[in-house]
Write a protein of this length. Sequence first.
Lengths: 252, 287
Amino acid sequence: MNKCCHTHDHGQTHELIIEHLDVFYRDNQVLEDICLHAQCGSSLALVGPNGAGKSTLLKTIAGLVKQKEGRITWSGEDNLQARGGEFAYLPQHEEVNWDFPITVRGVVEMGRYTQLGPWKKFTTQDDLAVERALALMEMDGELANRQISELSGGQKQRAFIARAVAQEAHVLLLDEPFTGLDRDHTANLTRLLRKLAKENRLVIASHHDVNTLADIFDHVLLLNQRVIACGTCESTLSDDNLNLTFQNMANV
Amino acid sequence: MSELIEMLDMPFFRRALVTAALIGFTNGFVSGFVLLRRSSLTLSALSHTMLPGIVIVVLISGALTQAGAFVGALLASLFVGLGSIAITRNTRLPQSTALAIFFTTAFALGVVLLPYAHTSQDLEEWLFGSILSVSDADLKVFFAIACFTLLSATLFMRPLLLTLFEPNVAAVQGVGIRAMNYLLYALMIFALMASFQAVGPILSIGLLVVPGAIVSLFTNHTRWLFWGGGAVGCLGAVLAVVISAPLNIATGPSIVLVLGVLFIAAYFCSPNYSPFKKSPIQEKSSN
């Protein structure tokens, strides 16, 4: 078992490299010696039991949580500021203020901030990106003008994914993107994530359903504070590896 | 009516009107941020904390000046703000609890110390403001605060809204959320400073909460909260001065009273939330 995870080598220049990452919440170690090499054009699922550190790993890559040890570089650059626009992040539901007076379209338009900065005006190109993202998540038409407080859980999720898509980011960090989606929209998001990877983006998402993993992602990282196993879905998802990943928690 | 025209001839009354317009607008504008940030309680804490801060500065320096009041208010707010954050980090108490402990204690200290601060104002003026005794120098400060609020809020509206909506997503997009949070705090403290003299520390929360809340009953457009809030705050405050001065009612409380009555009226007239109308959510579920 290789401790350092490598996704396919496409010969691309954009590469996310994580080396010996240690993350603590106060005195509790949440992540230990995480290594990961991921290149754009692939999709990687983070799989592990509750409390395994999936969300924390996503937040650390996003720059929201500081590591104690280790390095994260993107295209050879470890400056957070330089990554700013190239990363998009999907938070978990409970972290969002759903009472905010804003429409679905308004949420998706926020995704264009990366390109526009504080002052530039919306161009037709920005409008197109917003429309495209809304259509991709089937949130266009009447739904686009709804207040977010009036949406169902799955619709909220789709609105936020649309925001991440509108950002046209190179790296998408998605925390449980399939939560709350019905069957049709699960299939739709599956297609979208595959498409994004094909368009040379890097998709990294936490995911809880082991059965659907291989349909959606090409790579998987089994996580339980440490990297248990990592690689392509076929080579990694063995019963032994899964048992190793999920059994640890039972002993705690 | 004739009394009102007579009063318009008096400089102190004209100053009071301009003050009401300026601080009404500033507070109303910032009230949009207060609403979106859900920080009404934090504000109560900040405003109550300003009293001991200012009193202690007066005790030390022996005089009440705008600059002194500002420094005192700022230091006291910082002390309570950071203190409550420290308590929250190191205990399991929620920050609202820590804040409530700190600000009531600070306010109590202020009231205890107040008799020892020998100024021309008495306790009641300290607690409930004295908009009719505003000086020209005060007016300039209010004007500067209004300009700063408008300018910075307009310049940074987009990053401010992104930060308020979902700070983590905003940060990943490259928004300097720490800077934006400081700016929000600065806007709130400045707005409180402005209304401190007009309505006093306790009632100033009303000026800084009610206008945005009124507007939110009528619109779903985020930006209208600010401009609409500014307009409501400005009109409400001016109306209160015009009504109260000729009738010889306390002006500071009148401002908050007018806003409170407006809010209740707005609630009953609101197209979305009025108890007399079906709410859109009820309609949706009955379909």
